[in-house]
Ligand binder design. Structure first.
Ligand code: NAI
Ligand code: PYL
Ligand code: MG
Length: 259
């Protein structure tokens, strides 16, 4: 998994507010309303215990603090345990956590201790970014391009297929592209004769993954991928409406999915 670095999380509240404004501009709804439409039940100030985890590459500076800011932004009551790992889990439960958030280098989970529901960040991130993409008010058709069909991109593509979108896909890994074609009915993007899209969902850990030829003017690019899929120059040139944010949108999708 591509790991966050503290710099990605700088000014997380500002990044979240800006992403919320951008989501409202392109969909007419804020992030909370999209989660409510997607998952149903709104939060009731659930207590969220955030447990720092030291295994593997260890604690990411400001990861837990960012999760606390994110939970509060979306109306949950988040607290970070003093202790990490198993002792932190024990501390979280003893202090009344109803939902646990914790991540190692491979899995970032939300576990609702009251109803047993559990969520993984990667599919939840794919689904919410795909849902946002599907709600673009100025879309010119139900055609969507998905670039990156891995752990985030594949569930996002599946969500779009399930919503009745015509999903075109591309992944640098041919095995993953073929999996999406055979399992989801994704149409492979023809790079020789590229088509232009007004909705693009991207989920790769690479920059410059969107060829200029697929961008229609004023198109929307919904992408959790870090670094960003498109240069500032291309974004301005085609007035691309960009939705991106490093942690909060995926996290709130996880939280709503376990309510
Ligand atoms: P993954 O490794 O499972 O999938 C990435 C896919 O992108 C791979 O299948 C790879 O072949 C493909 N790819 C790489 N370069 C490409 C290119 N130039 N063109 C087309 N396809 C290309 O990774 P995962 O877990 O799906 O994560 C994707 C990105 O999303 C990462 O940057 C990760 O850090 C980020 N992420 C962001 C979150 C957020 O809240 N903003 C949450 C979770 C992940
Ligand atoms: C959750 C993100 C989104 C992108 N990459 C994923 C990542 O960075 N995972 C690692 C999270 C490790 C957290 C660390 C801590 O501070 O508790 N163990
Ligand atoms: Mg996010």
């Amino acid at each position: 998994m591509a790991l966050l670095i503290p710099d990605d999380l700088r000014n997380i509240n500002k990044q979240l507010q800006e992403a919320d404004v951008a989501v409202q501009k392109v969909t007419g709804l804020d992030i909370k309303s999209i989660c409510k439409a997607l998952y149903g039940t709104p939060p009731l100030s659930e207590k969220v215990g955030i447990v720092p985890v030291t295994s593997g590459n260890g604690i990411i500076g400001s990861f837990s603090a960012s999760l606390q800011a994110i939970t509060q932004y979306f109306g949950f009551e988040g607290f970070v345990t003093d202790m990490p790992d198993v002792s932190g889990y024990y501390e979280a439960v003893r202090n009344g956590a109803e939902i646990i958030l914790m991540a190692d280098d491979h899995t970032f989970l939300a576990h609702n201790l009251k109803n047993g529901k559990i969520a993984n960040n990667q599919p939840c991130t794919g689904i919410i970014y795909a849902e946002i993409a599907s709600r673009y008010l100025k879309a010119d058709s139900k055609d969507v391009l998905v670039v990156g069909l891995g752990k985030v991109g594949f569930p996002g593509a599946a969500h779009l297929v399930q919503k009745g979108y015509r999903v075109y896909g591309y992944d640098a890994d041919e095995v993953l592209l073929k999996r999406a074609i055979s399992n989801l009915g994704v149409i492979p993007l023809d790079l020789e004769n590229p088509k232009q899209f007004s909705i693009i969902f991207e989920a790769t850990p690479c920059a410059n993954t969107i060829p200029e030829t697929v961008l229609s003017e004023n198109c929307m690019l919904s992408t959790p991928g870090i670094p960003c899929a498109i240069s500032e120059e291309l974004r301005k040139k085609h007035n691309v409406q960009l939705i991106t944010e490093p942690l909060g949108i995926g996290t709130v999708s996880m939280l709503y999915s376990v309510l």
